[in-house]
Ligand binder design. Structure first.
Ligand SMILES: Cc1cc2nc3c(=O)[nH]c(=O)nc-3n(C[C@H](O)[C@H](O)[C@H](O)COP(=O)(O)O)c2cc1C
Length: 448
């Protein structure tokens, strides 16, 4: 466990992320997701609150499982319309000094030679404040639009991800020596070819001779985030992730997940304590309990249940429009996000009906919602941090930007008062901010 709590803002460069319908709240600014100023304001506020990073989720494809149609997603704004997160990062970096940025990219629909260059560029442009949230993508509609006959099978997507990361690691870590760039004007040598190596990767999915086309960036490999929760996904996370996004909704489930991942990491030859765990959480805070409860009620009022079901149908790859609202959800092995299926079918002894899922998932999908005064919300954060043993939180928004502003103005001072949250940043890069080191540890596969 870390000695100081880490915080990420979990958001999306889209009109809506995980609180479907909240763009309809009075004064909500979600529609400004395409404005640079919206994101530079978010960056300033997050840095004021001592956040490690703004974590951008992203998705390939459109949510068209519900009712076998993309129309509900379009009508309700279900993560649609959206923009690519990577392009707002330089503007956000420009107005901040320490805040990091986690960008989600898919290993199923990118090429590692290209993606490695994009992240090297972002790491240079942000002075080493970039993270890569490694996802394998889940929507069939992504495959349809990107020239594939069908979506790759769930586990095969992870096989491809394994090789994808091997190529990226070789390009980031092994291709250019630290002293390869010599800039010797008299000799006419910009970089010493002796110090720039081919990677000569030949594999099942990729043949990449190299060398990498970008020179080493401050972190070389970006900070690595992952959120796999199926058996195969956990294996991948345990081998590769530095920070793991936990989607389990209860303390027991989070505890089981963390224990399992640490064991798997140890089996993979890594120091199990080098992994950091971030559950999602939805804080709703007010100066008094009455104010907080009134906000909660107002937020619940705007949940768009059909939109929520369109989102969850895409997550679990089951058309929930075909089920009776009072039907209980049954456990299945999905080709999409197993973690979301598990959240509603494998925890506690509780059984969830479709209607209950639609109501619960309206505010932050699978994460706990914490409502109260700054002290009460801080109590809950402190409890999870000290007793459940997580390293920090991915803070999920409902109202934008009010949820972030409320949290930074009301809860952050309370967490600082308790000595739980940093007063200022130490180190320059994101890896230094979150882990106190600039480069990946030697036991990480990228350094082998
Ligand atoms: C909490 C959480 C957040 C996720 N965020 C994204 C995302 O932003 N984009 C994406 O394509 N996949 C996202 N995923 C999907 C996973 O990264 C992974 O591809 C998917 O969960 C399938 O693996 P699994 O079956 O092992 O969970 C997320 C999953 C979880 C549980």
């Amino acid at each position: 466990m870390s000695d100081r709590m880490r915080l990420n803002l979990f958001t999306m460069n889209a009109v809506e992320h995980v609180s479907v319908g909240s763009w309809r709240l009075p004064g909500d600014q979600s529609h400004r997701y395409h404005d640079r100023e919206y994101w530079t304001d978010v960056a300033r506020t997050a840095e004021r609150g001592g956040f490690d990073a703004v974590f951008f989720a992203d998705v390939r494809g459109i949510y068209d499982v519900f009712g076998d149609s993309h129309e509900p997603a379009i009508e309700k704004g279900v993560q649609t319309p959206s923009n690519d997160p990577a392009y707002v990062v330089p503007a956000m970096a420009e107005v901040t000094d320490n805040l990091g940025f986690a960008v989600t990219k898919s290993t199923s629909y990118n090429h590692p030679y290209q993606l490695a260059r994009e992240f090297s560029t972002l790491d240079h442009t942000t002075d080493g404040r970039i993270a890569f949230n490694v996802v394998t993508s889940y929507l069939e509609s992504a495959a349809d639009n990107l020239g594939y006959d069908e979506r790759m099978d769930h586990d095969e997507r992870y096989d491809r991800a394994d090789e994808f990361m091997d190529v990226c690691y070789a390009l980031w870590e092994d291709s250019w020596n630290d002293d390869a760039v010599v800039r010797d004007a008299d000799a006419g040598v910009y970089s010493d070819p002796e110090k720039v190596d081919q990677i000569d990767h030949e594999g099942e999915y990729f043949d990449v001779p190299g060398p990498h086309s970008a020179e080493p960036s401050p972190q070389r490999t970006p900070v690595l985030y992952q959120a796999g929760s199926s058996d195969r996904g956990r294996e991948f996370a345990a081998e590769n992730a530095e920070a793991v996004f936990v989607s389990q909704p209860t303390e027991e489930a989070v505890d089981d997940y963390v224990t399992d991942l640490r064991e798997r990491a140890a089996d993979a030859g890594r120091d199990p304590d080098s992994l950091a765990f971030f559950p999602g959480i939805v804080p709703i805070v007010g100066e008094t309990e009455e104010i907080a409860n009134a906000k909660h009620e107002a937020y619940k009022d705007r949940i768009d249940t059909e939109g929520v079901l369109a989102l969850i149908s895409g997550f679990v790859d089951v058309d929930l429009s075909e089920l009776d609202p009072d039907q209980k959800l049954e456990h299945i092995e999905t080709e999409a996000i197993q973690g979301v299926v598990n959240a509603f079918t494998s925890n506690d002894d509780r059984e969830w009906t479709v209607r209950e899922v639609a109501e619960f998932a309206g505010l932050g999908t699978t994460s706990p919602v914490v409502v109260g005064t700054p002290e009460q919300v801080a109590d809950e954060f402190e409890h999870w941090f000290r007793n459940v043993g997580v390293d920090g939180f991915n803070v999920k928004e409902v109202a934008r930007p009010d949820s972030l502003q409320d949290f930074v103005d009301l809860v952050v001072p309370e967490l600082r008062e308790r000595g739980l949250l940093r007063e200022s940043y130490e180190g320059d890069t994101l890896r230094e901010t979150t882990f106190g080191r600039r480069r990946l540890p030697d036991d990480h596969p990228a350094r082998q």
